[in-house]
Write a protein that binds this ligand. Sequence first.
Ligand code: ATP
Length: 238
Amino acid sequence: MGGFLEIDHLAVRYGNISAVRGISLQVEEGRIVALLGANGAGKSSTLRAISGLVAPASGKIRFNGEDITGAAAEHIVRLGISHCPEGRQIFPDLTVMENLRIGAFTQKSRKKIGEQTEFCLNLFPQLADRKAQMAGTLSGGEQQMLAIARAIMPSPRLLILDEPSLGLAPLIVRDIFRMIRKINEMGTTVLIVEQNALQTLKVADYAYVLSLGTVIMESPAKKLLENSELVNAYLGKS
Ligand code: ATP
């Protein structure tokens, strides 16, 4: 082996509830990989285990050759994995700039933080126009942009996105997916969980379909797109 991100027979439990039941998957460097599946399939729990937000009950997670199973979340961020959580979770009473700086908590150098902030504001011009504004007063789409911008502040090698299009209007969703593609083209590997399967498959290279805590199908994204009936059958919608 020796891949970028490798998950081997991962299990996550919350008390008696088995959220993830032996999932194995790989993410190759440079790719966009999608985890699809209905609510409760175990997608978020898989992401949370990778980022160290929940301890796996069993299984192995390796990143860049290092065993990170059960490692502390902060250590995992320092290794280059950044997690943009479901529901945005920005700080509404802090400004856009302050939210971005919090994303750079692993970075000690003021100069680096300044450079990275500039980089994010260039990437998200809507945020640059509102950098002194309280994050809670931004539109839903802008808040999602801010959540993504904050997640790329540590210059991650792997960006984990949990339902970035949730609750956003179609035009905004298109912008979000365009940004995801751009971030990937600039060299960041992306692991994305989405309900919006068809849009996601259009930007993804490879996809895993989860159901009840297990992988029920995996395929190049293109192949799944050509067979949207199958996707609909598995996901119950488009
Ligand atoms: P969603 O899109 O709803 O987030 P998901 O595919 O991401 O779905 P998970 O959030 O990983 O699925 O949840 C998998 C299962 O674990 C579900 O049955 C869920 O109710 C349960 N679960 C998730 N988090 C917890 C928790 N903190 N405590 C108890 N059960 C949980």
